[in-house]
Design a protein around this ligand. Structure first.
Ligand code: DGL
Length: 276
C-alpha cells in the first residue's frame, strides 16, 4: 500500500479551531501543499466520550490518507488527547506503517521546563482534554518535578464559534476560569492554551493575568516542531507536495464553513464538502 506519489500535508480539527494552527504552520512552512479537514457537522468533540472521539478521528485520518496525505496533523487537542496514541499504536501499522499522524500536545509539553521558573504550570482546555489528563501525564513523564493544575473552560469554544470572543460576555467567562486556575495554584507562572480556539481569547486572557505569567499558544510551537520534524525525516519530506496550495474540506455545508472560517483564517477559502 506504500504510495510514492507526494501528497498534501493534512491538518485535521473537529471544526474551525485548527485553522489557528494551520495559519501558523503555513507561516513556518509556506512552500508546502495543505488540505484542511473540519468535522464541522459533528463538532464539538470536547464534550464527547473517548470512544466517540477516537472513532470520528480515525475516520477522518483514513479519509485524509485516501485523499493522498502521507502526514496528518491532529490540530485538535481533544483528538490528540483521546485518539492519537491508539491511532499511532493500533491502527497505523495495519493501515500503512509509512504514514504518520502527529498531534499538538507533545510539542507544547516539551517546552514546559524551559518556560516555567516556578515549575508550576496551568493547562486550560475543553472538558474532554482536561478529563483525559493527557497534559499532566505527558508533562510529568518528561518533567516529574513540575506541578500541573488544570481548568476546563467549556464556554470558551462556543464564545469563539459564535463570534462573541471580543464582546463583554466573554470577559465574564474568561475571568471565571482564570481566577479558578490561579486560586487553585497561585504559583503558576506558565499557562498552556490547550485548545485550538483559545488564541482568539488571548487579549482577554492576558487582561486577567499578572504580567509575569507566560501564556503558551500552540500554533507557533506546532509550526516550528513540524519544520524540525520534516528536516529530520527527509523520507517524509519528499512525500509532501510543494506548491503552496491550500484546500479546505468540511463535513458541513460549504457556505456555512466559508462564513465562520473567515474568523480564524486569513486568505482565500477554496472549500469542498466531504462525507466521512
Ligand atoms: N478543537 C477542539 C480542541 O482543540 C475544540 C473544539 C471542540 O470541542 O471540538 O480541543
Amino acid at each position: 500500500m506504500a504510495e510514492k506519489k507526494a501528497g498534501s500535508i493534512a491538518v485535521f480539527d473537529s471544526g474551525y479551531g485548527g485553522l489557528t494552527v494551520l495559519n501558523k504552520i503555513i507561516q513556518h512552512l509556506p512552500d508546502y501543499d495543505y488540505i484542511y479537514l473540519g468535522d464541522n457537522a459533528r463538532t464539538p468533540y470536547g464534550t464527547r466520550s473517548f470512544e466517540v472521539v477516537y472513532e470520528y478521528t480515525l475516520e477522518a485520518v483514513k479519509k485524509l490518507f485516501d485523499m493522498g496525505a502521507h502526514l496528518v496533523i491532529l490540530a485538535c487537542n481533544t483528538a490528540s488527547a483521546k485518539a492519537l496514541r491508539n491511532i499511532q499504536q493500533k491502527d497505523l501499522p495495519g493501515i500503512d506503517p509509512d504514514r504518520r499522524v502527529l498531534g499538538v500536545i507533545r510539542p507544547s509539553v516539551e517546552l514546559m521546563d524551559q518556560l516555567s521558573i516556578t515549575k508550576h504550570v496551568g493547562v486550560l482546555g475543553t472538558s474532554g482534554t482536561i478529563q483525559s489528563e493527557s497534559y499532566p501525564i505527558e508533562i510529568n513523564k518528561l518533567f516529574p518535578h513540575i506541578q500541573v493544575t488544570q481548568e476546563a473552560c467549556p464556554m470558551w469554544v462556543p464564545l469563539v464559534e459564535n463570534n462573541e470572543f471580543n464582546n463583554g460576555g466573554a470577559d465574564y467567562f474568561v475571568k471565571q476560569h482564570i481566577s479558578n486556575l490561579l486560586n487553585n495554584d497561585p504559583a503558576i507562572d506558565t499557562i498552556v492554551l490547550g485548545c485550538t480556539h483559545y488564541p482568539l481569547l488571548l487579549n482577554k486572557i492576558k487582561e486577567q493575568l499578572p504580567t509575569h505569567v507566560n501564556v503558551v499558544e500552540q500554533g507557533d510551537i506546532v509550526g516550528e516542531s513540524l519544520k524540525d520534524y520534516l528536516s529530520r525525516h527527509p523520507e517524509m519530506d519528499e512525500k509532501c507536495a510543494k506548491g503552496g496550495n491550500v484546500k479546505f474540506y468540511t463535513t458541513e455545508q460549504v457556505s456555512r464553513f466559508k462564513q465562520t472560517a473567515g474568523i480564524f483564517f486569513e486568505g482565500e477559502l477554496n472549500v469542498e464538502h466531504v462525507v466521512l
